[in-house]
Design a protein. Sequence first.
Length: 321
Amino acid sequence: MRNRFVVGVLIGLLIEGAWSGCSFNFTLFPAQGPLKETQVSGSGSAKVLLIDVSGLISSQDKEGLMPAPSPVARLKEQLLKASQDDSIKAVVLRINTPGGTVTASDIMYHEIKSFKASRKIPIVASIMDLGTSGGYYVASAADVVLAHPSSVTGSIGVIMLTINAHGLMEKIGVEATAVTSGPRKDMGSPFRVMTPEERAIFQGLIDSFYQRFLAVVQEGRPHLPMDRLKELADGRVYAGGQAKAVGLVDEIGYLDDAIELAKKKANLTEARVVTYQRPGDYVNNVYSRLLAPGPLSALGELDLMTFLRGSAPQFMYLWMP
């Protein structure tokens, strides 16, 4: 009720101002500003940086009333800021994502690996509710991967998302015609049925992306033979304890354990845990602003209308049952 009252008052003020010709020097949605460092715990001169990898992994900026950089751009901005601070001695990745697009996941993995190579500081991944598919791909860039006892991880594999609206268009009497330079130019179109030959071509792309996923995981899990890894990487998900038992994560623990492990690997007895935030955000502990995205919410973040507008299919490292 209080929120409704506040919104009602603001709307009333805006209407009154419009009628009276008054202008207001405030905005309901402040513009995004540069990242600012905030301490959430600890003491000392050394710092452990806490970075979020949450929500659908995508290169698409968030639009609307409150626009925001894409997860890829946000990670790059945080790593760049951290690279300029010599007091950052370790990084903890707080992962809570079902995955995302193939390319965005690979870019995030690449950026973390490049940062680690240039700064030569330990990176620990802490999987929260979800660290599946592209989320696990990104976690593979860390030196150590921890999962909560109740985490869901794994789902190593690739899925191609597309829509076939051919039957619907026939029912409503609409036909789409494409004039192409070759018979495969419009393959994957939602306006016609995919041919067996086209399916085989897409399967080849998916197999290529899958082999890259396997290579990334094996680089981070050198103790897992490829034959065994392929057995584990059939798309299934694992609880934290199951993932530990089969060798997909290193330890079972909570976020505090991940922070302590990062300090230990950096040879620190004490350190301040810091994070980067936008102006207006409120952060006062290591769990602040923690998102809990599930597969269905990830589906909601996808712009499914792009398929109906004739967009190309999307290749995803995504758990989406």
